[in-house]
Structure formats: structure tokens, C-alpha cells
Design a protein around this ligand. Structure first.
Ligand code: PXP
Length: 231
């Protein structure tokens, strides 16, 4: 099981004072020293945390970068400039605290198709952040995405076996139709294990719980502990 660590909230802290610290690049180095397999960051349209220059600087590090972004012409242009290893397309609402649900790829299929093609044409792996629902998985394959990332937010909130099962079923369905699966959102040190045991999920993308833990034990240690938890 691979671990991608989302460092948005290092930038959130920095932006509360419009300072240059804490620097997401320094945080990224600590995250990698703690055993992360890759970095994840979300460039939001309102630039509330990660800024354009952060992404360019993170791209310089010798590791895998997954850029989360909304399906907009502005973000497409940006991604084609930065050329991250992977783009994860997420829904975005300005007022939300975090990415509250998966992208409705059925509803937005027409808009997504050319965007996915442009990214893939530039050699960028494309992942779609979707809810674990059969119709969403199926449409992701039709859109020729490389990966889906299954939104684990509902499972994380309720820790319910039913929600866990949905993630497992969606992973199986994806595998059968040739899609690779990642998962993330709301995962923490106690709820992550059951998701990590689902066969077929390749990587977990985790942010908030690791950054929160790092306040007490440091970032490197917080990542190490998450590695232990998903072993
Ligand atoms: N995966 C995606 C696509 C996300 O948008 C987020 C939140 O930015 C995460 C994973 C990480 O979620 P959390 O911060 O709750 O661990």
C-alpha cells in the first residue's frame, strides 16, 4: 500500500499570516523522510492554501507529485505547464471547508472528456475523485481515466461497515473494467486500517490527520506512524 501525503494544510497555516513559513517545500522533505511515496497538493481556484509557485517548487523534488484540481480551463493550462506525474480531478465549491464529495463524472462527462485527453496527451496520469458508486466507476472507465480515487469521507464519518463495503465493491468493479484505484479523504490513524486492507487499492492519499498529528510529534514521525498504521 502506497501513501501519498497531502500537504495543503502546511500552506493553510502559512496563509493565516501571509508569511513565508511554514514552507510547504520543507514540509515535503520531512514527509518524504518519514516514508511517504509521493506528495499531493490541491491548487484551489481561490488559492486559499497552496499557491502556484508552491506547485512549481514541489515539482522540483525527486518524487511523485499528484496535483488535485478542478476541471477548469485555467487549471488545465496550469497543469500542462507544471506537468505533475498525476492530476486528480476533484469537484470544487468555493465555500466548502474541504472537498465534500466525489466528482459527478456522469453529469460532467462531456466537459471532462477533452480535459482528460489533453492531460494524458501531455503524459500526465489522470485520476478521477469519485464516490464509490457503480455508475461513477463505469463512467470513469468510459472516459478512459487511468485511476479513480474513491472518496472515503462517508466511511470516515460513520465508520460504518456498509460504507466500507461500498469502497470494496467499487474497487473490485474498477479492477474488472481495467481501472486502477486509490482512496482517500477523512482517513486517520484509527479508521485507515480497514480501508488499507481492501485488495486492489494501490495508494491512500491522506492529509489532515497527519498534519494535525505532526503538531505534537513532528511531521516525519506523524508520517511514520501512518505508514505503520497502513502496513
Ligand atoms: N484525496 C483528495 C482527492 C482530496 O481532495 C483530499 C483533501 O484535499 C484528500 C485526499 C485528503 O483528505 P484529508 O485531508 O481528509 O486526509
Amino acid at each position: 500500500m502506497k501513501l501519498g501525503v497531502n500537504i495543503d494544510h502546511i500552506a493553510t497555516l502559512r496563509e493565516t499570516r501571509r508569511e513565508s513559513i511554514p514552507d510547504p517545500l520543507s514540509a515535503a522533505r520531512e514527509v518524504l523522510a518519514g516514508g511517504a511515496d509521493g506528495l499531493v497538493c490541491h491548487l484551489r481556484e481561490d488559492r486559499r492554501h497552496i499557491q502556484d509557485k508552491d506547485v512549481f517548487r514541489l515539482r522540483e523534488l525527486p518524487t511523485r507529485l499528484d496535483l488535485e484540481m478542478a476541471a477548469t480551463p485555467e487549471m488545465l493550462k496550469f497543469a500542462l505547464k507544471v506537468k505533475p506525474d498525476m492530476v486528480t480531478i476533484v469537484p470544487e465549491k468555493r465555500r466548502e471547508l474541504t472537498t465534500e464529495g466525489g466528482l459527478d463524472v456522469v453529469k460532467h462527462s462531456k466537459k471532462l472528456r477533452p480535459l482528460i485527453k489533453r492531460l494524458q496527451g501531455a503524459g500526465i496520469i489522470v485520476s478521477l475523485f469519485i464516490n464509490p458508486e457503480a455508475g461513477q466507476v463505469e463512467e470513469s472507465a468510459v472516459l478512459t481515466a487511468d485511476f479513480i480515487e474513491l472518496h472515503t469521507g462517508k466511511y470516515a464519518l460513520a465508520s460504518s461497515p456498509k460504507e466500507l463495503e461500498k469502497v470494496g465493491i467499487a474497487t473490485q468493479q474498477a479492477r474488472l473494467i481495467g481501472l486502477r484505484s486509490n482512496a482517500g479523504h477523512g482517513l486517520d490513524y484509527s479508521n485507515v486500517k480497514k480501508i488499507a486492507h481492501i485488495p486492489g487499492i494501490e495508494e491512500l492519499n491522506i492529509g489532515f490527520s497527519i498534519i494535525a498529528r505532526s503538531v505534537f510529534v513532528g511531521l516525519k514521525q506523524a508520517v511514520k506512524e501512518m505508514r505503520e498504521a497502513i502496513k
